[in-house]
Design a protein around this ligand. Structure first.
Ligand SMILES: Cc1ncc(C[n+]2csc(CCOP(=O)(O)OP(=O)(O)O)c2C)c(N)n1
Ligand code: SF4
Ligand SMILES: [Mg+2]
Length: 267
């Protein structure tokens, strides 16, 4: 018996009784391809995976329609095994509203970034929440317009370096960040609101619980549900890939705090 990273390993000449598992075998059933072109260390694939796993676990695949905004995450819209609609920038909540109203039995979720949702289409999600539309919106918040080069968005935190705030965002010149989940939690019509993150295993598990609660809220027809997920963007943040999870925890999550902000009592 040998010690290796704290594990007891028993040497054996026999082949393993269970075949070795390749990384690609962990690809969720609802993602058709095992590879993507997003940057190494990007948090968005982790968040997408969590959402897709929950859809499969809840058994709603056949009646699901995903509505995608425009950002790096849109890469996934072409290779999912659920129905997908592509919205114009920021308009996914309105498109989701239309789908749900036309076909109330449909399970509807959106995937948008902070640039798409908070900059380019803020009114869409606010009105959708206030109307209490029975859809779930997911916002992947990395504090930058990732796909177009890493510029400041409305959620960028004070001090954060972006392509157009090279010395860090400052309130005097660039204004203050909008904490969207907190705003939505304050609206009548929102039934479930939470903010998670994918910068470590604990937070990924927590975020998956939040997505599950939000989706169950929609299935129970409680009204609008919202999950904001803080995701790493090492490319846009000017930080090393390996440092991005800690950067997220120390900077983004210090302002956009992780937790369940609102949960209507279950009937
Ligand atoms: C109306 C319109 N304006 C601008 C663009 C360019 N554009 C494409 S993706 C993107 C950034 C999206 O940022 P975000 O939603 O935060 O997603 P991320 O790439 O960070 O995941 C922008 C500005 C566009 N496609 N359409
Ligand atoms: S630019 Fe940022 S958000 Fe886009 S794929 Fe790269 S790390 Fe992910
Ligand atoms: Mg973004």
């Amino acid at each position: 018996m040998t010690e290796h990273d704290g594990l007891n390993i028993v040497p054996t000449g026999r082949p393993p009784s269970i075949p070795a598992t390749l990384v690609r075998d962990f690809t969720p059933d609802l993602i058709d391809v095992g590879t993507h072109h997003l940057c190494p260390g990007c948090g968005e694939p982790v968040a997408m995976r969590a959402a897709l796993e929950v859809i499969a676990e809840l058994g709603v695949v056949q009646r699901t329609v995903g509505v995608f905004g425009i950002g790096c995450y849109t890469a996934f819209s072409n290779n999912l095994d659920v129905e997908v609609l592509q919205a114009l920038h920021g308009r996914a909540p309105s498109l989701a509203t239309g789908v749900k109203r036309a076909k109330p039995g449909t399970f509807v979720f959106t995937v948008q970034g902070d640039g798409d949702m908070v900059n380019e289409g803020l009114q869409e999600v606010i009105h959708t929440a206030a109307r209490g539309e029975n859809v779930t919106c997911i916002m992947l918040n990395n504090g930058v317009f990732g796909e177009t080069g890493g510029h400041m968005t409305a959620t960028t935190v004070i001090g954060q370096r972006t392509k157009n705030t090279l010395e860090g965002r400052n309130a005097e010149d660039h204004g203050n960040p909008i904490l969207l989940a907190n705003m939505i939690a304050g609206l009548d019509g929102s039934a479930y609101v939470a903010r998670g993150a994918v910068n470590n295993a604990h937070n990924v598990a927590l975020t998956k619980q939040m997505i599950t609660a939000a989706f169950e809220s929609q299935i129970a027809r409680r009204g609008f549900s919202f999950v904001e997920i803080l995701t790493m963007c090492p490319t846009g943040w000017f930080v090393e890939t390996t440092e991005a999870p800690a950067y997220l925890g120390d900077n983004l999550a210090a302002v956009h705090q992780i937790g369940v902000l609102k949960e209507l009592a279950r009937a």
